[in-house]
Write a protein that binds this ligand. Structure first.
Ligand SMILES: NC(=O)c1ccc[n+]([C@@H]2O[C@H](COP(=O)([O-])OP(=O)(O)OC[C@H]3O[C@@H](n4cnc5c(N)ncnc54)[C@H](OP(=O)(O)O)[C@@H]3O)[C@@H](O)[C@H]2O)c1
Length: 273
């Protein structure tokens, strides 16, 4: 029976473990977790699922696949600390900005990258995946199966990871920021309360997502369905079509700059290893 190892137990690791247990993809005794500190999150998990194995780094050598769920600047350090017996374990880094090339300089293990999304906590969202050259077909298939439990899995070229992460992983934050502004605009321009605006928009978002997925509509088709020619929605959609391209270009410029900064920091830290 396969065993899944995890290093670091923050919000992403918790999301993955909770979904695997909830969907009965894994039993608790198949999960091994190593952390540097015993957090409340970890203790609560252990309380609910006593068969989960909180283990040492050495014990992780017994895993079939090992997820590294620590911040980007800690990933290479963690790889360096892995016991040599773990060197054949398929290792999956969930960190932003730590490239396969960087990872492969710190381990001979088969490696993959996986960019999770918060929306997988409700069983949806796209998991981005890229594999190192040494990852075999069996390993790729197992990772795909594990991530399919709570997401749609898409393998893409690694050089598109940052741009795509904006759409899969950061987008819930961007969408929330955008609709917060729409709610505030409603309050500024009417007698509606913020609570009403939040509720109305939240259900509009949920419904729009369902229409897009279940009816297979494109964004443009959805605009057309709601915005009849010369109508009121069309007027509003035009304002967005005029002003949003610049805003979203700026969003891309800023986030790509941030990815590059993070990569430079990782390179710098790596030089001092
Ligand atoms: N959050 C997202 O939506 C998201 C999306 C895509 C990718 N990611 C990636 O997922 C990874 C984890 O993110 P998260 O949101 O789960 O973070 P998090 O909630 O902050 O958890 C980070 C975990 O890493 C541990 N850790 C921190 N520094 C460490 C170190 N130097 N050595 C060993 N362990 C260390 C922490 O342990 P302590 O409790 O002891 O500090 C904690 O268990 C990051 O690399 C991030 O880039 C996150």
């Amino acid at each position: 029976m396969e065993t899944i190892g995890i290093i670091g137990y923050g919000s992403m690791a918790d999301m993955m473990v909770q979904k695997w247990l909830e969907k009965e993809v894994l039993n608790a005794h198949q999960i091994m977790i190593h952390t540097r500190s015993e957090t409340d999150r970890l203790l609560q998990l252990k309380d609910r699922h006593q068969e989960i194995n909180i283990c040492s780094l050495n014990e992780l050598s017994a895993c079939d696949v090992l997820f590294i769920c620590v911040p980007p600047l800690a990933v290479l350090d963690v790889l360096d600390q892995l016991p040599s017996a773990a060197k054949s374990v398929h290792t999956v880094s969930v960190a932003a900005a730590v490239t396969l090339d960087k990872l492969s300089k710190h381990t001979t293990q088969p490696i993959s990258r996986y960019i999770p999304t918060l929306t997988s906590a409700v069983g949806t969202g796209v998991s981005l995946v890229a594999h190192g050259e040494t990852a075999g077909e069996e390993e790729k298939a197992r990772l795909h199966r594990l991530l399919s439990a709570f997401s749609i899995v898409r393998e893409i070229e690694e050089d598109q990871f940052d741009a795509a992460s904006n759409l899969t992983s950061s987008s819930p934050g961007f969408i929330a920021a955008l609709f917060e502004e729409m709610a505030k605009a409603a309050v500024r321009n009417s007698e509606l309360s913020l609570e009403e605006a939040y509720e109305f928009l939240t259900y509009a978002l949920l419904g729009t997502g369902q229409v897009l997925v279940e009816r297979g509509l494109t964004f443009a088709e959805t605009v057309d369905r709601v915005a009849t020619k010369g109508g009121i929605t069309g007027e509003g959609a035009e304002v967005i079509q005029k002003q949003a391209p610049q805003m979203f270009d700026d969003l891309y410029t800023q986030t790509m700059k941030k990815y590059e900064q993070l990569k430079s920091q990782i390179n710098e830290a790596d030089k001092h290893h």
